[in-house]
Write a protein that binds this ligand. Structure first.
Ligand SMILES: Cc1cc2nc3c(=O)[nH]c(=O)nc-3n(C[C@H](O)[C@H](O)[C@H](O)COP(=O)(O)OP(=O)(O)OC[C@H]3O[C@@H](n4cnc5c(N)ncnc54)[C@H](O)[C@@H]3O)c2cc1C
Length: 403
């Protein structure tokens, strides 16, 4: 039976579209408002952990991703000077998930898959060029003001509003839910190259510690085989974006990481600021936040988008029940308790730890990290515990255990 209540979702990023798709599949009428005239094609996240693949599987999205994505069952922790420290093999946890690997697939390829499926539901719509700018609510309804091209604002009304409008969320501002935390002084530059780094012993995903210039590597599918590699480096505050993105500095960073005889062919480069922040609250009455609108973290460990996908699964299960009259609105407080807590305890904690481990400065600190990782790598049980955390299976379990 169709749900009686309607939902507006702000933002047609991966979190907004997956939220809308999940609600639409439960017969909930849903309208997505997106400020841009179309889906974003920026190069951003691209690593999916097993729980995300499980969450998207019922919609057929995971199968379609597999047609062109790269499976990464093994990934490495390395040190620039000492080389390989540990290689994790996710097949060791194949009893816990049907997807015992990281899947590499660009974020801008995921959103069209979600969008295409969303449009198959007659009670779902996406309105592009609709930027949410104001939100008002009463005991019964939430009303959203969106600016549209041409000047006149549009008013829309629904029972619930999900703010999935990214790191600069207007919805978050409207419910006065400040982002608490800090911004790293370093920015991150991500350089794409067609040089095949696996020839030099690198797994398709590797983290390389160094006190001066650590880096992280990801093999991505790109336009199809052979794909390309993304290499992420820190950029110190005294280096401007333009200088960091100059051909000379891109080449210097790449050659500093791995010296080769030819210049590196560079196929993409972006630079961005990195935050560790969590919204003071995820719910205010009829409005809830999810994804980057609710929390931001550095990408080391790929917890950002994957955490947002876990938000979607948790939220839409509860919101679907509420819209069908099968659950109380207080379920949304449980959503906030579960997802905000794991973001603080897990996503923030481990992404900061990952950053600090790669960037450790003193020889003693670096050696202690290396010894610790080698010790974890030595026993099957400690490897398993490490992989439960790094796959975010532990974070799903922890959230679900919170009452
Ligand atoms: C530049 C950049 C690079 C990144 N690189 C990496 C990376 O290398 N690795 C990694 O793991 N993660 C990376 N991330 C993080 C990752 O991309 C995010 O975690 C992910 O995009 C979160 O998805 P989302 O749907 O919550 O938000 P978003 O993807 O930001 O989507 C939000 C959507 O809301 C729309 N919107 C914004 N304001 C409004 C409004 N007022 N009204 C309506 N719509 C609105 C936006 O146009 C956008 O389409 C990066 C993020 C950025 C910004």
């Amino acid at each position: 039976m169709a749900a009686k209540q309607r939902v507006i979702v702000a933002g047609a990023g991966p979190v907004g579209l997956l939220t809308a798709l999940s609600l639409a599949s439960q017969d909930v009428p849903v309208t997505v408002l997106e400020s841009e005239p179309g889906l974003s094609y920026d190069l951003r996240a691209g690593t999916y952990h097993p729980p995300s693949l499980e969450i998207m599987a019922p919609f057929g999205v995971t199968d379609e991703m597999h047609q062109t994505a790269i499976k990464v069952p093994r990934w490495q922790m390395r040190d620039r000077k000492q080389g390989l420290i540990v290689e994790w093999d996710l097949s060791e946890i194949s009893d816990l998930t049907p997807y015992p690997y990281r899947l590499h697939f660009e974020q801008h390829k995921l959103t069209p898959l979600l969008y295409k499926r969303l449009l198959t539901y007659p009670h779902a719509e996406v309105r592009f060029s609709h930027a949410v700018k104001n939100v008002n609510q009463t005991a019964d309804k939430v009303s959203v003001t969106a600016s549209v091209p041409g000047g006149d604002d549009e008013q829309l009304e629904a029972d619930w509003l999900v703010g999935a409008d990214g790191g600069r969320s207007a919805v978050r501002r409207c419910i006065d839910a400040d982002l608490e935390g800090f911004t790293w002084p370093e920015r991150f530059v991500v350089i794409g190259t067609s040089i095949d780094l696996s020839k030099y012993g690198y797994a398709y995903n590797a983290y390389v510690a160094d006190p001066d210039e650590w880096c992280a590597l990801f093999k991505m599918p790109g336009d199809g085989p052979p794909g390309f590699w993304r290499v992420l480096f820190p950029v110190l505050p005294d280096e401007s974006d333009d200088v960091a993105l100059s051909a000379e500095n891109v080449e210097r960073r790449m050659q500093g990481f791995l010296k080769i005889d030819t210049p590196y062919p560079v196929i993409s480069k972006i630079i961005y600021r990195v935050h560790q922040r969590v919204a003071r609250r995820f719910r205010s009455g009829r409005v809830v936040l999810a994804g980057d609108a609710a929390h931001l973290n550095n990408p080391l460990g790929a917890f950002g988008l994957n955490g947002g996908i876990q938000d979607c699964a948790n939220l839409t299960d509860k919101l679907g029940k509420i819209c069908r009259g099968e659950g109380e609105a207080s379920l949304l407080d449980l959503y906030e308790r579960q997802r905000r807590t794991v973001n603080l305890e897990f996503v923030q904690e481990y992404s900061i730890r990952n950053f600090k481990r790669l960037a450790a400065k003193t020889p003693e600190e670096r050696q202690a990290n290396i010894d610790d990782l080698r010790r974890i790598g030595e026993s099957a049980e400690s490897r398993r515990q490490f992989m439960l955390v790094s796959t975010m299976i532990a974070s799903m379990r922890r959230a679900n255990a919170i009452q």
